[in-house]
Design a protein around this ligand. Sequence first.
Ligand code: ATP
Ligand code: NA
Length: 811
Amino acid sequence: MGDTYINPHETRNQADSGNTSADGSAIATLDGSVDEPPIRSAGSSHYLTEKSRGETRYIEKLPITEITNDPDQDDIAICAHTLTGIEVIRRLQTNADKGLSEHDCVLRREKHGHNKLESSGSVTWYKILLRQVSNSLTLVLAIAMALSYGTGDFIEGGVITAVIVLNIVVGFFQDYRAEQTIQSLRAMAAPACRVVRENGTMLSIKAEDLVPGDIVQLATGDIVPADLRLFSSINLATDEALLTGESKPCTKDALSTLNHIECALGDRINMAYSSTTVTRGRAQGIVTATGMNTEIGKIAQLLRDKKVYEDSSTFVSRAVRRVLHGIKSALGLIGTPLQVKLSYFALLLFALAILLAVIVFSTSLWDIDGETLIYGICVAVAVIPESLIAVLTITMAIGSKAMAAGNVIVRKQAALEAVGGVTNVCSDKTGTLTQGKMLARKAVLPSGKLLTVVNELSPFDPTRGDVLVDDVRLESASVNEVDELRHFFSTIALCNMSNVLPPPGDQDLWSATGEPTEIALHVLARRVDQGKDEILSRSGMSLLTEHSFDSSIKRMSVVYSRVDPDRTIFSFTKGATEALLPLLDMADGQRREILHQVDTMASEGLRVLCLGYRQLDEADLESITDRAVIEAEGCLTFAGLVGLYDPPRLESAGAIKQCQAAGVVVHMLTGDHLKTATTIAKEIGILGPDVYGSNAQTAVMTAMDFDKLTDDALDVMDPLPFVLARCSPTTKLRMLEALHRRGRYCVMTGDGVNDSPALKGADVGVAMGLNGSDVSKEAADMVLTDDNFASIVSAIREGRRLFDNIQKGLG
Ligand SMILES: Nc1ncnc2c1ncn2[C@@H]1O[C@H](COP(=O)(O)OP(=O)(O)OP(=O)(O)O)[C@@H](O)[C@H]1O
Ligand code: NA
């Protein structure tokens, strides 16, 4: 239950207040819940709905709790799931529409503190200093120094002392700075969230700044920033494994109200808990608990209160384990692979030094006089390369600084070294190799008429530029007179979650929020006054349900209904051609015709979307909530094709050339059409006369063909594809495995929720800082602050320099 926001045929068994009247008017809630500024929030209309619908009944059913003027936040956190959304909003003295004022927030923050988990103490300066002293190299050097002084070799002794001091000082400042960077990175990487504040403005703020009573919006891929009582939701599901251990996503329903306060966390389907992740859908909720008061905070508190080694092992085995751990970390055998390697190296040198000393002493048949002693020690000390340590420390310091300057946040230390050894890069296309700013250039209508956009200036400004139909300018007024035009524009505007925003005041810079693909379509619709809001207010339609875009099935559907006398219901679908063609109701000949048109557009480098719509009966409503059923039914009427252009980034071609010159192979793993991807790949040089194997049959493949092959077949393939089109997250994993079986070492980029396995599996997983989901950032080793492919290349360069310098130091 609760799979959708509203289903008239659904009977609810929860004690519920007036929201069972789930018909047209409550539905109106939904279309308001577009996710970005400066819209009215979904909450508002829901609020009105609940109020306007049977208010008396609502009051009768009010829980018998006292309403105080000073709502107690702790109290709300405990019982929010048993109250209606409205009640929670009222008790927390906020407004779903307007949100809290800045003044309120300051007061509440004073009372409840920041929304973050208290960590177990930050690293202090003396701990960092201790870390400098306690490693094999320093220990070995210290012994050498003592021996040198002991034998009166003050020059050698002085040099070693200088090296030790340099090592400690540089190391200290470097680590200290790194520690601070990590702190600030944590703050930066702390999930941002979208919140309604100050009379209804939508802001993006750090989760840390949330206070109880804030109105928060959630979308697929978000990490829930605080404990929330949801008050509107569409197809929402969250992954709560962290809290409940339940690995299946938990379907949420904002409109339900539960009866029992003690109800298990996993059953509280009207709540979303801090640190869980949104696996699908979107929602709005009100913050009921922050920081250590959240459910995850309570767990953290429990963990902190517990003794560190609280297991069944005996005192002795615990002590042994601790001592071993202590020795290992003192010798520097705990850390990144490189640190460990270096520590072993130092120990090896030390052993060698002792061996030499022993040899010297043996030649004098252990008749050790002063001279032999000095000689032996000098030989031993000479083996230890003081300069190595100085070089190392300085190189590491410079390397990590350069990375940060190059728009790459290194989340895991080991990645700093790993990235230098990379032999293959598997990159996304959209937004990474290309600019991610799409423009709708062309469209083909069902009748075969060609629609083109000319004279456009900026990607977001619908007022500049003209739409031509077969070379005749299309006037806004005539759209509604032609059926196929009306259906075409309704589909691209309504099956769309983006917002296109006029410039504020007297400026002329349009802006937009949402996915580039959808923005491009929305701008096209607005060029002829067919924006989403315009269509909705004109036709009186409201959203029934929505299945947001899913990159594994590559399409999106929405269902709208009109509340007129004979309630008409329409579904609109858009997606990749391969995903939509089987759902279209048409003859095979016509399908082939469409495929031909798609091919032509794709070879021009355009991303082609296919559109369809369908009129539904009341009876179909039963099934609209279940995506699998909608798919099976299909029977869509074809509404047209649209071609979007996403120009490559200017830096891409150069960066790819540098990679190839350095022997790094670049692969493009994209969700896009084969032809579109190939055209772009040629433009930026992933394929070309200089690239060995570019003309091979396997250079360009669709994921479908790739996935069909067995591992053995992949292993003999030469070369592995440079372009993999229509990729899904699992294809990325197979590509990774194939590369690993060949002993390659690779970077993999990803931005989506389901890219996490590929990011974790890669030698260096790279997430996108600007447009990536929180989940992908958590899984990655590195995050690009500018989403730019060129930054990966500079990271590789920096990593290699680091490696080379260390190599030189060792040699
Ligand atoms: N919002 C959307 N609604 C419907 N279909 C979409 C939408 N976005 C993309 N598509 C279709 O799905 C295909 C794959 O998109 P997907 O998001 O998986 O790839 P991408 O992330 O854009 O590309 P890349 O993997 O190179 O970054 C697109 O080529 C397009 O046909
Ligand atoms: Na992608």
